[in-house]
Write a protein that binds this ligand. Structure first.
Ligand code: FAD
Ligand code: SF4
Length: 812
């Protein structure tokens, strides 16, 4: 048998060891392998450090190949050994502890170093990067002794570090030099949505800030900025970028530029010496994500095994942010460059945003926020350069995956190469998933996750994993793993509400504990939902958790895109008076409100108001809040009805005012809009409202579940009644039934589409049941108070709106 050649891998990280794994599969006997790693650990999944920090995994779970693996594969492993020299003439490697090893071939896979800003004070205790297990442990330790952390860098890594630190109970400020976050992956619109979500999770941002120095004596105590302002922090995490680790190569006379220069077969300029991973520069590009590095590794393994390969051609990359409750996806060239066309779709209510960028009929870039289910498809389309001419809008609006290519979803998955990466976070290829299904007997997504780690991090590839399961497991597919209301639980809305009732769980924390949430902090999907369900179940006992609400609800005003707020006083039924109009005009003048606008719901919106002016404006207005934010009753639009209109059959204005006075301040799973028209001509557009009342001769029609939003839905007729009192009774009962049964964030239109009209009619047909619902809604309504009255009268609450000395306006 031929004597094996000596192969040395420098760097026991993700790209290098993946190359060895490939090599062992295709040429197990060809090399006698030695690995040097400067970290004292076996090969682990660096990507999942973010999950460790955020409580989603422990250190043991992130090991990719344990100590046994090296033994089983006869690999000599030197952990804790930093290679200090490659003698390219004598073909010898030396480690800092003096170990020397001869080689026939060397792979340099030394990764990157975090870039540490050379700031005065950067050498203080408590200033770290975010790259390895050491950094992770330092953050966990700091959180036990200190309260405040500052993360410099609002990119992917910075935000993941910040999320982890929040989970560890620290107060976190993220400092970013740019006006918006993740500018390298997102456009401004998506970035602002992301910022809002993260603020709702408790993260604070200091944007457009350039750090001048790190304060503190021996240990860091905060940052000073070039504009003279400061922020406190006992832990400073620098996440401003990475630099390929090329020192060893440079010192050994290997050609380097930004990275170690390699050709399509990952060869450096010195024969027998290769580079792979973040330290390698291929065609002028260095990569910082695993998917391209694994592609490089697959090519290098084939080359080393003497198996024919076309070489590495470069990669299109995609990114996802691994922050629980926040779904962000970005791929390819997403900015509006000359020669490209962009299509965008933004739904601020659902918190979703989509942008696709097209050039020469092909998809070249995409950004998704809120709903990233199309991410994998978009990415495949970008990579495969599929023409999308004529289908651009269908694509943007999320039409079925079959439209993505000429072939069906299954055919497309079939056509994928085995080494194509499905799970970018964990570097799991189609072949690995296929093997898990066909040879290891995995028949559920959960089993594939445990076996391969596919979909274990951000979950963005789940649809593709399911597709492969369909493709390979066929009839053997097991019970689907149950989906919960979010990634923190497998329980559905109904199960949660019924357990809350059965066990009388009284706080979000208690619910999460008792019902065994995977993420003990919850996320931005489940926290507000639990807060709503508890408030709905226990209107008298439950104390609303402000921190579980979104910014608009916490400030009782709609935050605008320039960081200012809007003030919308209630104008019952759209009917106002000269005195109220005068008051609004005077306040608008006094506070120099930039814009006063009539809204679609027949009221006046004072736009461009500074946060600190909000309490003063409300105090002077002395009018009830219009609740133009949040998941509450918004408006009751009316026409003039029989009072003035010659066609009117009933008093639409009177009915509308009565309804609005009854239901103002009502919380609901989603916002609720009403309208009353005085005759079937329907000037108040009642048939696209959640509850639409239309006057007819001798009575009223009650319509429900209309929507005038993105997807217009005309109402369904619930019933016809004779009197105004009956309108009140049926509307009250319907709204309470909706409050008690819909999923949080589900508009009436979607709810009725989901469950159908029949069960609602059935639930309301019996008068006794109706009156019980009416009683419950009245109880809830009797406990509500006007938020602005409270704030205006309470100095502590007013303080929340004061501008802090030296603080900048919020950048949205
Ligand atoms: C917190 C975090 C989250 C991330 N999230 C994602 C993500 O979601 N998706 C994604 O695609 N990528 C992500 N990445 C990036 C991804 O982890 C890297 O792209 C990948 O680990 C790079 O692999 P590598 O082998 O080139 O380098 P590394 O994995 O860093 O391995 C290099 C190894 O070489 C060792 N070494 C260096 N010099 C020497 C020497 N002279 N002698 C011996 N050993 C040496 C280092 O100690 C290190 O262990 C993340 C990175 C971090 C830090
Ligand atoms: S809906 Fe009928 S009553 Fe109302 S304004 Fe129009 S025509 Fe007049």
């Amino acid at each position: 048998m031929a004597v094996s050649k000596k192969l040395v891998l420098i760097g026991n990280g993700m790209a290098g060891v993946r190359t060895i794994e490939h090599l062992l599969k295709i040429a197990p006997e060809r090399y006698d392998i030695t690995i040097f790693g400067s970290e004292p650990h076996p090969n682990y999944n660096r990507i999942m450090l973010s999950s460790v920090l955020a409580g989603g995994a422990d250190m043991n779970e992130i090991v990719i190949n344990d100590w046994e693996w090296y033994k089983e594969n006869n690999i000599k492993l030197h952990t804790g050994h930093k290679v200090t020299n490659i003698d390219t003439k004598r073909k010898k490697i030396t480690s800092h502890l003096g170990i020397e090893v001869e080689y026939d071939a060397v792979i340099i896979a030394t990764g990157s170093n975090p870039f540490m800003l050379p700031l005065p004070g950067a050498d203080k205790e408590g200033v770290i990067g975010f790259r390895d297990i050491n950094d992770c442990e330092a953050m966990i330790d700091a959180s036990k002794n200190y309260r405040k952390a500052v993360v410099i860098g609002g990119g992917l890594l910075g935000l993941e570090a910040a999320r982890g630190l929040l989970h560890l109970g620290m107060e976190v400020n993220v400092v970013h030099i740019h006006p918006y976050l993740m500018e390298r992956q997102l456009d401004e619109a998506a970035s602002k949505m992301l910022q809002r979500e993260l603020e709702a999770q408790g993260m604070q941002f200091l944007l457009k800030k350039s750090t001048a120095s790190i304060k503190g004596k021996r240990r860091a105590s905060g940052l000073t900025f070039t504009d003279g302002t400061e922020v406190d922090g006992d832990l400073v995490v620098m996440a401003v970028g990475i630099r390929p680790n090329i020192e060893l190569a440079r010192a050994s006379g290997i050609e380097v530029n930004r990275g170690i220069v390699v050709n399509d077969f990952m060869q450096t300029n010195i024969p027998g010496i290769y580079a792979v991973g973040e330290c390698a520069e291929h065609r002028g590009i260095t990569y910082g994500l695993v998917a391209p590095l694994y592609e490089q590794g697959a090519v290098l393994a084939k080359h080393l095994a003497n198996v024919e390969t076309t070489g590495y051609m470069g990669s299109v990359t995609s990114t996802k942010l691994k922050v629980s409750g926040v779904d962000v996806f970005s791929a390819g060239r997403f900015s509006d460059a000359p020669g490209t066309r962009a299509l965008k779709f933004q739904d601020d209510l659902a918190g979703t945003y989509k942008k696709i960028v097209i050039q020469d009929g092909m998809l070249v870039g995409a950004v998704l926020f809120g709903d990233i289910s199309d991410g994998a498809e978009f990415f495949a389309s970008i990579k495969n350069e599929v023409s999308i001419t004529g289908r651009e809008k269908e694509l943007l609006l999320g039409i079925s995956s079959d439209l993505m290519g000429q072939s069906s979803g299954n055919n497309r998955l079939e056509a994928m190469a085995d080494d194509e990466i499905i799970c970018g976070c964990n570097g799991v290829s189609k072949g690995m998933i296929a093997e898990a299904i066909t040879t290891k007997g995995c028949t559920t997504v959960g089993a594939i996750k445990s076996c391969t780690k596919a979909s274990a991090s951000c979950g963005g590839c789940k649809a593709l994993v399911e597709g492969l399961l369909n493709l390979y497991a066929g009839d053997a597919i097991g019970e689907p793993v149950k989906e919960g209301i979010c990634g923190c639980t497998t329980l559905s809305r109904d199960e949660i509400v019924s357990e809350m009732t059965r066990m009388r769980l009284m706080s979000t924390k208690e619910v999460m504990n008792v019902l065994e949430w995977h993420n003990p902090e919850g996320c931005t999907k489940c926290r507000p939902a639990l807060n709503y369900y508890l408030g709905m179940l226990y209107p008298e006992e439950y104390v609303d958790e402000k921190e579980s609400r979104f910014t608009n609800e916490r400030y009782h005003a709609n935050i605008q895109k320039d960081g200012t707020y809007s003030v919308v006083p209630r104008i019952y039924g759209g009917v106002t008076s000269p005195a109220d109009l005068k008051k609004i005009a005077e306040v608008a003048e006094k506070f120099e409100v930039p814009l006063v606008k009539f809204t679609g719901g027949q009221r006046l919106d004072l736009l461009g108001v500074k946060k600190e002016d909000l309490p003063k404006i409300w105090e002077e207005l002395d009018m009830p809040s219009g609740h133009a934010y949040g998941k509450t009753l918004r408006t009751v639009k009316t026409c003039v009805g029989s009072t003035f209109c010659r066609f009117g059959t009933q008093d639409a204005m009177g009915m509308g005012i009565r309804l609005e006075k009854a239901f103002e301040r009502l919380t609901a799973p989603a916002k609720v809009k009403l309208a009353v028209s005085g005759c079937p001509r329907n000037c108040a557009e009642a048939t696209i409202k959640d509850v639409g009342i239309i006057a007819i001769d001798g009575g009223w029609e009650i319509h429900i579940a209309g929507n005038g939003g993105v997807k217009v839905r005309a109402t369904d007729l619930l019933c016809i009644v004779k009197t105004e009192d009956e309108v009140m009774e049926w509307s009250s009962a319907f709204l309470q039934y909706y409050r008690e049964n819909a999923t949080w964030n589900e508009r009436t239109a979607h709810w009725v589409e989901r469950i159908g009209l029949a069960p609602i009619k059935k639930a309301l047909e019996n008068r006794e049941d109706r009156l019980a619902l009416v009683e419950r809604i009245q109880k809830t309504l009797s406990l509500t108070t006007d938020p602005w009255k409270q704030i205006v009268e309470n100095d502590n609450l007013r303080k929340n709106f004061e501008q802090l000395p030296g603080a900048q306006p919020v950048q949205m």
